[in-house]
Each structure stands twice: as C-alpha cells, then as structure tokens.
Design a protein around this ligand. Structure first.
Ligand SMILES: [Zn+2]
Length: 207
C-alpha cells in the first residue's frame, strides 16, 4: 500500500489534514490555470470571427452580412424573375452554367441598371461568363455584381464612388446569357450568397 495509505494516515492528523487540503487546492489551481486558456482561446476566436460580419436576419436563421447606408433595387419598377440562386440548368442553353450564383431579373433590353447600395466601383468591363460587368465594393467584405450589360453602355468607371440608384449601364445579354436580363450577384468575402434573403434583410424582397 503506497500513496493512498500514506494520504489516509496523514489526513488523520490535524496538520496532516491541512497539508492534504493545501496540496489539493494547489492541484485545483494548477488545473484551472492550464485549462483556462484552452477554453478561453477558442471562445475569443469564435467571437472575433463573427463580430463584423453577421447579424441575424429577421425571421431566418441565416447569417447576413452587415451593410452600411441606404440600399435599393438594381432595376426600377416591376420586373420578371429568371433563375434564382443555386442549381438551375437552363434549357436550350449549352453555354449557361447549371449552378447559378446570382439572381436573374428581367426587364426589356436596354433597361437601366442601378447600383443597389453605396460603394466603390471595382470592375467596369468584360468578365468571363458575365459579359459586360460592373462590380461594387460596399465595404465589410460585401461586393455586388451586375452582369450581361450591353457593350458600350457602362456609365461608371473603376474607382468611382456610387450610391444606391446610380445608373451603371444598360441591361443586355453579353457573356454566357440566353437573353436580355440582369444577373445580380452578392458576394461576401469572395463567396456568392443567395441575394434573396440578403435583400429581404434590407427590406427589399426580390419576389
Ligand atoms: Zn444569372
């Protein structure tokens, strides 16, 4: 019989009990010091990763990026809707990708396309697949993209500051497109998200 017997014998004396209690307290303190960083560090990391990016959308569980300033629709008045976000193959269009990363809105060819929110133009010209394209950086990692606009119709340039309602160009069918429409895309830190809940969170439902 080794340590347990010795501890029991020690615990039977007054000073022994004090010594055992002190040792146990020291061990508990040591465990706390070692374990606290292991628990606190992941908590701190989780906190910092979400602070500037997510607010809970009303009525949904989806995390939505925070945007600043007034926002509006990228088309004025009524429009018909085409493909939504996700897997939507296009009949009779071999060049149209089946996975769709934006939201298609249709008005007649030549309809003006508007900036949806305030920001800085970071692309104004041809992009593969999207044709004549404007991209706007809204800060906070949020970028909107307006694809398939008519050639030579762009009214903004790279570096220009815009607000919601600034005319960007005219609706067209450039790039991988099967007819005149606006391909409206929302990206957060380079990843396309569904524009429908994003706009809905801003009080601008797309349907
Ligand atoms: Zn599209």
């Amino acid at each position: 019989m080794g340590a347990p017997a010795a501890v029991t014998a020690l615990a039977n004396t007054r000073t022994g009990r004090k010594a055992v209690t002190a040792v146990l307290l020291c061990l508990a303190l040591l465990c706390g010091l070692i374990l606290a960083p292991l628990v606190m560090v992941p908590l701190a990391l989780a906190g910092s990763a979400t602070t500037d990016l997510t607010v809970k959308a009303a009525g949904t569980d989806a995390a939505m990026p925070t945007v600043v300033g007034d926002w509006g629709y990228p088309l004025a008045g009524s429009y018909s809707t085409g493909r939504g976000f996700g897997y939507h193959p296009v009949k009779n269009c071999a060049i149209c990708p089946a996975n769709h990363f934006g939201y298609d809105m249709d008005q007649p060819c030549g309809a003006p396309i508007y900036a949806a929110g305030p920001g800085r133009v970071i692309n104004a010209g041809p992009m593969p697949g999207w044709g004549n394209t404007v991209r706007i950086d809204h800060g906070g990692g949020v970028v909107t993209l307006y694809g398939h606009m008519q050639w030579d119709s762009l009214l903004v340039g790279v570096g220009q500051q815009v607000t919601a309602g600034t005319v960007l160009g005219l609706e067209g069918s450039t790039g991988k497109s099967s007819g005149c429409h606006l391909h409206y895309e929302v990206q957060v830190r380079g990843v396309a998200i569904d524009p429908e809940p994003f706009m809905a969170t801003l009080g601008l439902p797309l349907r």
